[in-house]
Design a protein around this ligand. Structure first.
Ligand code: ZN
Ligand code: ZN
Length: 243
């Protein structure tokens, strides 16, 4: 009787192990550990959370040459500009470009103050360039019109423009080695809205197809929210299932 009990217990344990082995992995947090996000050796990425909509403003710099770009300075308050300027000054960076991933106010509102400070050109896709005009005297018109496949050189770093419309007509992502700044096209666990002026479901679908064709280990730095990777998004992002 005792051995019968033990035998059943062993069966039960075996069944439990099998259950745990086949049970799907628990959903991981979308905020990846720093180790995963460590950029290439010569590339420094500093993120500032700015504006009412918590836009991710990135300062990307080359540690060898100190050249830098500022992506999406969507400042609402002067202290937000000041903290970015302080970081640039403390690290003796030379700001080469100010880049807008698209023309929404939460990504462009700090263009003017940074342009005045660093005399750096404002770069945006041609289709979103009109967004910089007529929004008030604090908005500078574009200085460089970006197009698909254009390369931006920042010291030893090269970022390639990928036209990713869908959220806006002139939305872009910036693709580097093992990383992409995806603006409001792809977020961790979500995608940008397509119901604003210039938005399109069809364009968004094509843009997402381009983004998911990037290497799986590519780190995604979105316009809002936490960081991710292409592989993580393929696994958990419900919007990538309709591609
Ligand atoms: Zn937007
Ligand atoms: Zn935004």
């Amino acid at each position: 009787m005792y051995w019968l009990f033990v035998w059943h217990l062993r069966l039960l344990l075996k069944a439990s192990c099998t259950f745990f082995l086949v049970f799907p992995e628990p959903r991981q947090t979308l905020y990846l550990p720093w180790a995963t996000l460590k950029p290439l050796s010569s590339m420094q990425i500093q993120t500032f959370n700015v504006g009412m909509l918590s836009t991710n403003c990135y300062v990307v710099s080359c540690s060898e040459t100190k050249e830098a770009i500022i992506i999406d300075p969507g400042f609402d308050a002067s202290y937000e500009a000041e903290q970015v300027i302080r970081y640039v000054d403390e690290n003796a960076l030379k700001v080469k470009f100010i880049v807008n991933t698209h023309g929404h106010a939460d990504h462009i509102s700090g263009d003017e103050v940074l342009k005045r400070k660093y005399s750096a050109p404002i770069c945006i896709h041609a289709y979103d360039a009109p967004c910089l005009e007529g929004l008030g005297e604090n908005i500078s018109p574009a200085n460089v019109l970006l197009e698909d496949e254009r390369l931006l050189k920042i010291g030893q770093i090269t970022l390639k423009v990928m036209h990713t419309p869908g959220h806006t007509l002139g939305g872009i992502s910036l693709v580097g080695e093992k990383l992409v700044f995806s603006g409001d096209t792809l977020f961790a666990g979500g995608i940008g809205r397509t119901d604003f002026a210039g938005g399109s479901d069809r364009d968004m679908r094509r843009s997402l197809q381009k983004l998911v064709s990037l290497p799986d280990n590519c780190v995604v730095y979105p316009g809002h929210g936490g960081f991710s990777t292409i592989s993580e998004e393929k696994r958990v992002n419900p919007f990538l299932r309709w591609l």
